[in-house]
Ligand binder design. Structure first.
Ligand SMILES: [Zn+2]
Length: 733
């Protein structure tokens, strides 16, 4: 195997060896958020034992198993992998291992077809060709090009180039006199990025007959750097598959919105399903898009619409005509969620939930099988500790989700099925989708858990030899200065309080837990240059040559994921920081006000009462922090009192839910976090959308809902504080 990444130099290796034996790593840590000093010492011992178990060789072995064959949702291979995970978990010592079945609206291709019929004939291959050195690319079961949840149909019509397919792009076309009604639109994946489902919805609203979405080399191909097999970027034939499901309206099985698709569940008619697109969609490689673009007539496209291909991009609309035919199989199919747990020794009815999706568009080298490998090493290590008698105090629940790629389906159905139980028992959810496509750590957390994520990163060693904390800070600083050049970021200063990303959109399996159940969530990922997303080239070869050849970041992910879970599972007082939550919410409100100021809207909506409520919540959070620190420092906390404080603290996140949901999207109930249709994070979703629409009546209502939630949580946190100071156990009941 030839490694294309620079090997560590000898001096770097010596440095690494030195660091491994430095007292930093072996010294028992006596201070951990939420732990008394003796408990922290004990916890550090457990963590050290745990961290020593995951190994790069085992990560690689698991990764090879999961990437051996394509395993799209609903396929027999993906179901076989579900049984494999269940068997492994049983052998590893996990308890209550069960495979749960959900019967959902299926979306698989029977056939997809595209040809240019004028001015010349070209039949799109819709295939990804093998590259030297990668045996998996010869696999006969690699699918052709298709989009999940595409409509079926057939059309022959003129082709229009609509840039990124966002609403402003159609505005520009209209100004040029180009109407896309009844036509086929050709759009790029990311310039700027928006979720392909939003592109599909936009094209559908514009009346287009079909949408073709292609990967321009400017975004993820040769304009970025070397392509597969020489580098990590996407080659000529790579196809970004993906679903176009309108899961920003409601995720999960489209026919059971808000409840689980278990046997006997009520199902709504397909015509009423808000998340099923009515437009045909097909992804293309640039190899198949180039002949179409090259023959287009009409006005020359604007400069920022020009792409990486060596041709002049035109808007089209007349000369090029294409024939699209798509036949989908929408029969009901079973998806399988694998669930297992390590029962808590002292508090079995308090759960830390950990999950990763199993289904992949093809082999899933990065997405998601890197995460699956990290999860398998995590369960092996924790299972080993449990077998040796080291059990967490609280229960760890592990889940392998299905159909994430289709519409966050498996996790949504599971979350909906157990929502009531989760609202009683769940402490937090930790999601790992793709664990590794490079060395740069990206950590997400609701603001109350951001401090514990940052603290935890200090106790882990990055393969570079630095602590994960230092590596995270360095890559974060680098990314910010790059983003500053493009004007996306103004604050370059990376501090402990802004290191973790507290702006959580959608696009992975945390969604149901945060937005529907009301659980605090964390999301973890290492990333790097990655141009083969959702293509067949995202495979074992890619990982071993570019993403993580030594599987060291996979290993670090298992360690990090496990240490976070253990801290949440073993803490005396759950490490929620509500003062940090308050200051984050204030930042969200201030950003909204700033936007309103530039539009002169501040006279329409007074957010001062909300800011006052935030101040009160912050003060309550600070007092609780101080009391908790004092109680922890005393060395022991009465278990009944700890129980009262912890159950009250768990309730805070639930209190951010509005049962009615955000306006127009009742499934999304969280009032602090939401997602735009593009999947981008959207803070204070109900309030922000109302302000953007200048719908002041709704904005006032939403502001009042926010203020009430802040008041409720301030009252709750104040009660917890008194309980802690008086030693009573009555608060929060
Ligand atoms: Zn994924």
């Amino acid at each position: 195997m030839s490694l294309r990444r620079p090997m560590l130099s000898t001096s770097a290796l010596c440095y690494l060896a030195l660091m491994l034996h430095s007292p930093l790593l072996t010294r028992a840590q006596t201070s951990i958020l939420g732990f008394t000093p003796p408990a922290a010492t004990h916890e550090a011992e457990i963590e050290n034992k745990f961290k020593a178990i995951p190994s790069p060789d085992e990560e690689r072995k698991q990764h090879h198993i999961f990437t051996a064959e394509p395993h799209v949702a609903g396929s027999s291979r993906n179901n076989e992998l579900a049984r494999y995970i269940a068997d492994e978990w049983r052998n590893e010592g996990l308890e209550d291992v069960i495979i749960r079945r959900y019967d959902v609206y299926g979306s698989n291709p029977k056939s997809t077809f595209l040809e240019m019929v004028a001015p010349v004939h070209y039949r799109a291959g819709l295939r990804e060709l093998p590259v030297p050195g990668d045996p998996d690319m010869k696999n006969k079961s690699i699918s052709s090009a298709w989009s999940g949840m595409s409509a079926s149909g057939e059309v022959t019509a003129p082709l229009v180039y609509a840039h990124s397919g966002n609403p402003e792009d159609y505005e520009l076309l209209r100004k040029q006199g180009i109407d896309v009604k009844g036509k086929v639109v050709l759009v790029r994946y990311s310039n700027p990025y928006s979720y392909r489902g939003f592109k599909a919805l936009t094209a559908e609203r514009e009346g287009a007959a079909a949408i073709l979405i292609y990967s321009d080399p400017a975004e993820d191909g040769y304009k970025k750097g070397l392509v597969v097999p020489k580098g990590p970027w996407g080659p000529e034939y790579h196809i970004q598959r993906g679903a176009i499901t309108y899961d920003f309206m409601v995720p999960g099985d489209p026919l059971t919105p808000g409840w689980a698709s278990v046997p006997g569940a009520k199902r709504i008619p397909v015509e009423q399903a808000a998340s099923i697109p009515k437009i045909m969609a097909l992804p293309l490689s640039w190899h198949d898009a180039k002949p179409l673009l090259a023959h287009m007539d009409g006005p020359v496209a604007p400069d920022d619409w020009q792409g990486g291909l060596p041709i002049k991009y035109h808007l089209g609309g007349e000369r090029v005509r294409v024939h699209v035919k798509i036949e989908m199989d929408n029969s009901t199919q079973p998806y399988y969620v694998v669930e297992g747990r390590i029962r808590g020794a002292q508090l079995p009815d308090e759960w830390i939930v950990l999950g990763n999706h199993r289904d992949a568009w093809v082999f899933g080298g990065v997405d998601p099988s890197s995460g699956t490998a990290s999860m398998m090493e995590l369960t092996r290590a924790l299972g080993k500790l449990a077998k040796a008698g080291t059990r967490p105090r609280r229960t760890l629940v592990f889940c392998s989700w299905d159909g994430e790629e289709v519409g966050l389906t498996g996790s949504t159905e599971w979350g909906e099925q157990f929502a009531d139980e989760l609202r009683k028992k769940a402490v937090a959810y930790i999601n790992v989708d793709s664990s590794t496509s490079g060395p740069n750590f990206h950590g997400q957390a609701v603001a109350s858990l951001a401090p514990m994520l940052v603290e935890t990163s200090r106790t882990l060693r990055d393969p570079s030899g630095k602590t994960l904390y230092e590596a995270w800070k360095a890559s974060s600083t680098r990314e910010r200065s790059e983003a500053k050049q493009s004007g996306a970021v103004t604050d370059l200063n990376v501090t402990d309080s802004n290191l973790a990303d507290t702006r959580i959109g959608s696009g992975s399996d945390h969604t149901v837990f945060l937005n529907f159940v009301g659980m605090p969530v964390l999301g973890l990922q290492f990333d790097g240059p990655y141009g083969v997303y959702h293509s067949a080239y995202d495979d074992f070869f890619w990982m071993n040559h570019f993403g993580d050849p030594g599987y060291r970041y996979h290993t670090l992910m298992s360690q990090l994921w496990g240490v976070l879970a253990l801290r949440l599972a073993n803490a005396d007082l759950l490490p929620f920081d509500f003062a940090s939550y308050a200051s984050n919410i204030r930042q969200f409100v201030n950003e909204l006000t700033k936007g309103m100021g530039t539009r002169n809207d501040t006279s329409q909506l007074d957010l001062k009462p909300v800011l006052d409520a935030i101040d009160a919540f912050e003060a309550a959070g600070k007092r609780l922090d101080e009391s908790a620190n004092r109680a922890l420092a005393s060395g022991a906390i009465d278990p009944k009192l700890a129980d009262t404080i912890n159950h009250g603290a768990m309730q805070v996140e639930r209190n951010w839910l509005n049962p009615d949901g955000i306006p127009g999207r009742p499934w999304f109930k969280h009032i602090l976090y939401g997602a735009r249709f593009t999947y981008a994070h959207l803070e204070l979703p109900g309030l922000t959308e109302a302000v953007e629409k200048q719908d002041w009546a709704t904005a006032k209502q939403q502001a009042e809902i926010l203020r009430q939630a802040l008041i409720n949580n301030t009252k709750l946190v104040n009660e917890l504080n008194s309980a802690l100071n008086n030693g009573t156990t009555e608060a929060g009941k």
